[in-house]
Design a protein around this ligand. Sequence first.
Ligand SMILES: Cc1ncc(COP(=O)(O)O)c(C=O)c1O
Length: 488
Amino acid sequence: MVANGSQNQIKFYSEEDVPLEMHKVRIVQKLNLPPIEKRLEAIIEAGNNTFLLNNRDVFLDMLTDSGVNAMSDRQQAAMMMADDSYAGSETFTRLEKTLNGIFGKEFFLPTHQGRACENIISVTMVEEGSVVPMNYHFTTTKAHIVANGGKVEEVYIDEALNIESSHPFKGNMDLEKLKNLIKEHGSENIPFVRIEAGTNLIGGQPVSLSNMREVRELCNQENIKIVFDASLLADNLYFIKTREEKCRDMSIAEITQEIADLMDIIYFSARKLGNARGGGICTSDRDIFLKMRELLPLYEGFSTYGGMSVREMEAIAVGLEETMDENMVNQGPQFIKFMAEELKKNDVPVVTPPGGLGCHIDAMQFVDHIPQTEYPAGALVAAVYLISGVRGMERGTMSEQRDEDGNETLSNMELLRLALPRRVFTLSQVKYAADRISWLYKNRKLIGGLEFTEEPEVLRFFFGKLKTTSNWQQKLVGKFREDFGDSL
Ligand SMILES: Cc1ncc(COP(=O)(O)O)c(C=O)c1O
């Protein structure tokens, strides 16, 4: 449904900047907040890794927005009309047509989720010695490129890693760095340049349309393809529309089309883009399409479902159409901004400008007494769960992999990410989380470090287990009881 007006046009008498919801909630799920003593047991049991907590012990699940955004009534209705056939499904045709309408690419390959696209693209295009420049890596992207013998090189602008900044597009690529990299390695060793919309690991920071254009021009000169990771495109579209002067009067669909025209291959996690669960690759390059299609039955399934349930595919088609509505893309970034401002009122160091995906807290400043080798962001995530029942995600050194010699790869940033799945939480829940974190900030010196007890070699943050370097969590529980009495 395309609304007549935008939520941005609604003003409050108080002149307050309130992220007003342009939807109503018609189905709800009960939440549970266990007492802090129970939360202590739960986080110890989970090896201080919030991925390993059971949801029954979690109050507000801000781990991720992946596959947990709220669906619309139209998405749910569409799921009932799915065509469940292995080959030639009508559902596939509908989704293909929707994607064609939005991105204008000829071919679509469905996959079960975003990282499956990364696997297929990497197996097809990356080889031993390949170098893949990108604005910033994502965990699974890097793992797939490295697994195929390639290397990731980040060419972000200097401002990208500044926690407090007023730069509107911290996800932009540095053209000079990209040029030098191409000169250094030779374009024949660069299978593609990857642009990630809404750069996940540096705080959901957007890329501008003009930067994408510049990268395109350079890649044309050097005959290099561009792969666009559109998983976080929805938030990025909001920022382009509101921050890029030339795009103010363009519709979300027009901006999307302009972006798509610049890209050779577009892939996405539909757990994010499209508010359902699945993924896919779009391209008009027939040769690459045919090569990638050969891999589909091997890793995903037949080319008309690619490992997805047809119900989800129907939901993605409607979710993508809804993403072209300004009121829909507004919701995430505006809630994130609200949360960041609540935290800033209490001096909590947050990434600015607030980006998409979630609110990002700088653990390097929050717990500046914890060395990076003791995983400050990981410790902060565990502490936040303990004192609030809010589950966030570590995006720092724990999310990196050790080098070939077993040394730690210290992350550029140590972030606690509090994802705000779209249309899921209310403002009072956001206020609760900000209130507890503000209390924690006052008591931050009580937080201590972590060390691994079980450390998987690949993507260790998913299944790794850690213990505290002292009994700091018990002390934190004691202070909580002192200050909050018998509050949950
Ligand atoms: C930017 C980006 N790319 C790729 C992926 C991988 O997608 P998926 O989780 O569906 O495998 C994600 C997931 O969070 C992401 O944020």
